[in-house]
Design a protein around this ligand. Structure first.
Ligand code: ADP
Ligand code: MG
Length: 551
């Protein structure tokens, strides 16, 4: 799919086979598609949301409650559906949670726009109104947000639990366990840059998974878990207080190095050649053991002879370790990656309290743990079968996103549909101030925000309209500002008391991205089939919003 500009209008190129659709018809079709995509994920929203089972053509099964995953796997063809999938991905990438929310909001914004178009309001007016509303909405969110201190583990734990809310990852005790792991992991890798800004690089929280055991066995490793074996049976299976060397060097003799120099003509020469090769490998190992290293990880290979000498020297070695893992071990242990053995000194070595090879569900893995101040950690996910560990992995990724978002700006909002009512109420009075035709669009935007409490109420079997009317009026009073959908009791309840907390950033990004997607889709009024063109990726310009992690 490609998107072009023709005299200010958007033209969307459809894959071959589709015919040209113009003006109102194009808009109607596109809105219908967006609404259809939103309804596909709507029923998964919140703790009472249902799971979806996705079956691929090959028969692979995924059972999930994760909006982004569902959309990603849904195999959508229509370009507008692809835009909807993209906003879920953007949301996931930027803030790690709220993917279902953003898609439902975008669907509702487009449904509202459809009503306005039928009433004769021009799409550009709607777009203008939506832009104003999104900006105002983000401000309202900021105003109602509460502050949290990063040492306030109880509040952080609530945010983690809400983020896991709808996922099938065990009972409350298990969820609390997972939440605690993530909070500790994020705190461990968190850093401040020169200007004092908090930086959390998710690459340094490695999530490694292996089916087997139970979810409760999931653990935080203060270091790195490498899916490799210790390379030689003669090496110890575990080292305490290990001095870690990291190499980007092969402990092998390159064939070309010797071939050019030696021409072998007799068995004696052959013997001498092999002896020389062995000596070179032995020298390499001597250099390593002279540095004081007791453990060695290299991205490259290790010759059998070198392995033998390493084992004799009591050094544990792992070869062909992924570059990304070597970098993580460097951050965890404080070791420097050395590219030439002649450079290796004791100063380059890192520290790990324990390096150990363990057999996990029949496979050997190497644990590099008990590092002193690890700036890289691993969450090792366990669970009954592959489906379970996959869903735990997805939930943990959501929680990492949610907790990082809160750590970065220190702010959260009240969930359970509560904050969306605040935004809707705020936007309605803003609409009155704005006046004009944009006012109508801002009002529609306000209505669209309420799709969240409405959907939550529906999932709890409550009357959606009744619930909305009551929530709106309660939120007008000061003490009612925390009212939301009590999913457990199927009634309106105090969401602050229940600790239904969500990161401010997640909501702001959702409002922004939903509005941006609606704009992109509303701008299209000409869909032409693009003969012979290979459908490309998503449209340009659907980037992040600057609520990103690197902020
Ligand atoms: P998303 O992919 O958008 O994060 P979720 O399925 O995680 O979707 O649902 C998130 C919604 O569920 C939020 O609006 C959140 O406030 C709400 N929610 C989560 N836990 C509770 C709860 N215990 N009570 C009421 N609402 C909740
Ligand atoms: Mg969520």
């Amino acid at each position: 799919m490609a998107e072009n500009q023709l005299g200010g209008q958007q033209v969307l190129l459809l894959p071959e086979g589709a015919s040209r659709i113009l003006g109102r018809d194009a808009q109607r079709t596109n809105i219908a598609v967006a609404v259809a995509v939103a309804s596909a994920v709507k029923t998964t929203l919140g703790p009472k949301g249902m799971d979806k089972m996705l079956v691929s053509e090959l028969g692979d099964i995924i059972i999930t409650n994760d909006g982004a995953t569902i959309l990603d796997e849904m195999n959508v063809e229509h370009p507008v559906a692809k835009i909807m999938v993209d906003i879920a991905k953007t949301q996931d990438k930027e803030v790690g949670d709220g993917t279902t929310t953003v898609v439902i909001m975008a669907g509702e914004l487009l449904k509202g726009a459809g009503d306005l178009i039928e009433q004769g309001i021009h799409p550009t007016t709607i777009i203008r109104g939506y832009k104003m509303a999104a900006e105002k909405g983000e401000k309202i969110l900021e105003d109602v947000a509460r502050k949290v201190n990063i040492s306030d583990d109880a509040t952080l734990q609530r945010i983690a639990l809400v983020s896991m809310g709808s996922k099938n990852v065990g009972d409350d005790t298990t969820k609390a366990h997972l939440g605690k792991l993530v909070i500790n992991a994020v705190k461990q890798v968190m850093e401040k840059d020169a200007s004092g800004k908090t930086i959390i690089d998710h690459d340094y929280i490695k999530v490694e998974k292996k089916a087997g055991g139970s979810i409760a066995d999931t653990e935080l490793i203060n270091g790195v878990l490498v899916d490799k074996e210790i390379s030689h049976p003669g090496m110890p299976r575990s080292v305490k207080d290990a001095k870690v060397a990291l190499l980007d060097v092969a402990l092998e003799i390159e064939k070309t190095e010797t071939e050019a120099k030696i021409e072998i003509t007799s068995p004696e020469q052959m013997q001498a050649f092999l002896q020389q090769e062995e000596r070179m490998l032995k020298d390499m190992v001597t250099k390593i053991s002279k540095s004081g290293a007791t453990a060695l990880f290299t991205q490259k290979g290790i010759d059998d002879v070198a392995q033998h000498y390493l084992a004799k020297a009591g050094i544990v070695a792992v070869r062909r370790v992924k570059k990304s893992d070597v970098e993580k071990i460097a951050r965890a242990s404080g070791a420097r990656i050395v590219t030439s053995l002649d450079d290796l000194t004791s100063k380059d070595l890192g520290f790990a309290g324990l390096i150990e090879e363990r057999k996990i569900s029949g496979e050997r893995m190497v644990f590099i743990e008990k590092c002193k101040v690890p700036k890289s950690v691993t969450i090792f996910v366990r669970g009954g079968n592959q489906q379970v560990v996959d869903e735990v992995d997805r939930s943990i990724t959501d929680v990492i996103g949610a907790i990082s978002s809160v750590m970065i700006d220190g702010k959260y909002v009240i969930g359970g549909g509560s904050v969306e009512i605040d935004v809707a109420n705020g936007l309605r009075s803003y609409a009155n101030d704005v006046g004009g035709r944009e006012q109508l669009a801002i009002q529609k935007f306000a209505d669209a925000m309420e799709v969240i409490p409405k959907t939550l109420a529906e999932s709890a079997g409550m009357d959606a309209i009744d619930t909305l009317v009551q929530l709106r009026s309660r939120h007008r009073s000061k003490e009612g500002g925390v009212a939301g959908v009590d999913i457990l009791k199927n009634m309106i309840g105090d969401m602050a008391k229940q600790g239904v907390f969500e990161p401010l950033k997640v909501k702001q990004q959702a409002v922004y991205s939903a509005s941006e997607a609606a704009e992109i889709i509303l701008r299209i009024d000409d869909m032409i089939s693009s003969k012979g063109r290979a459908p490309a990726g998503g449209p340009g310009g659907m980037g992040g919003h600057g609520h990103g992690m690197e902020e």
